[in-house]
Design a protein around this ligand. Sequence first.
Ligand SMILES: Nc1ncnc2c1ncn2[C@@H]1O[C@H](COP(=O)(O)OP(=O)(O)OP(=O)(O)O)[C@@H](O)[C@H]1O
Ligand SMILES: [Mg+2]
Length: 343
Amino acid sequence: MKAELLKRLFRAIASSDTEAIDKLTNLVIEEERGKGHTLLADQLENIAKKSQKEKSSSNGNSTLSPSNGNHNTLSPSESLQTLGELPTSKRLNIPLVSVVPREKLRHHMVLPPNIEKRFRRIEREYAARDRLAHHGLRYRQKILLYGSPGCGKTLGAERLAWNTGLPLIKVRFDAMVSSFLGETASNLRLVFEEASKKPCLLFLDECDSIAKSREDFQEVGEIKRVVNTFLQILDEYEPSSGLLVAATNLNKTLDIALWRRFDDLIEVPKPGEKELEFILKETLSSLEVGAINWSAIIKQMDGFSAAQVVRVAQDAAKRAILEREELVIQEHLEEAIAEIKVG
Ligand SMILES: Nc1ncnc2c1ncn2[C@@H]1O[C@H](COP(=O)(O)OP(=O)(O)OP(=O)(O)O)[C@@H](O)[C@H]1O
Ligand SMILES: [Mg+2]
């Protein structure tokens, strides 16, 4: 841990400044996580959570959930209350968005250092948004995550919500894209308008269903209008104190005009050899692992997505458990890999 951080933490403890203590403990957790000490970071996070829970129940309130140096961090129930009524499709009367409760957010990601750095920069700018604003600077607000299937785009959005403490509001494109096309644009406006009023992470997963290229010959008339509305809304959107995250599998077919509207574009890559080995070992960590030729295994998994790597490890673990040995061997992994390749 950095000496400066340690000193700040001790000063906060000495002066019983609970707000600063919460903030600094979170910085420590994030620092450890950034170093790849995931297990230690999780343990510290659990300890911090427990003590915050105890504090809030002894205070007779149930407000703050684990903070991330962010004063807007709310408990799931509180964030739902703060969000108020959710926008609803007028004709079908179904919600246009869904809220992912904090306890359901997945947030452990294994990324190459350069990409991890970019995610952390978004989180750090968000935490420092007031200081940035003081100097006339705006934190990165609109983020586009792109990359092939299973590389962690959805996970990336959840991780950003987790680390900023923002409630994650997911746009439901099924409800949004009405068969009455004229309605899609007004649904879009409604969702963005509502979301801009409250601190939240507005998540447009698989946004390509709306943001199709305007040059696509099959898309005509109304769809063009929807895309234009989307571009205009993106331009105008200024979250009060939140983030907008869009995710897509596509890159080339995305409208060029759309790219310009984002403050940050991150390609979430497939895992490299190092990440692949880390994900495998981490997923298998609850079991005993025999002598494995890791480099041979990793070679066989060249080109696998992170989701496929997790699947291989889980499948190998199941094979080991079913064999009652609870010992993962090379064969288990190779069989699981072969199955994915056939699939
Ligand atoms: N970078 C990563 N580190 C660790 N696990 C990952 C990573 N990326 C993906 N996974 C694993 O793969 C699963 C699927 O990832 P996710 O749904 O985020 O992929 P995606 O890029 O959104 O895929 P799609 O394009 O199909 O929507 C996750 O639940 C997680 O188990
Ligand atoms: Mg996804």
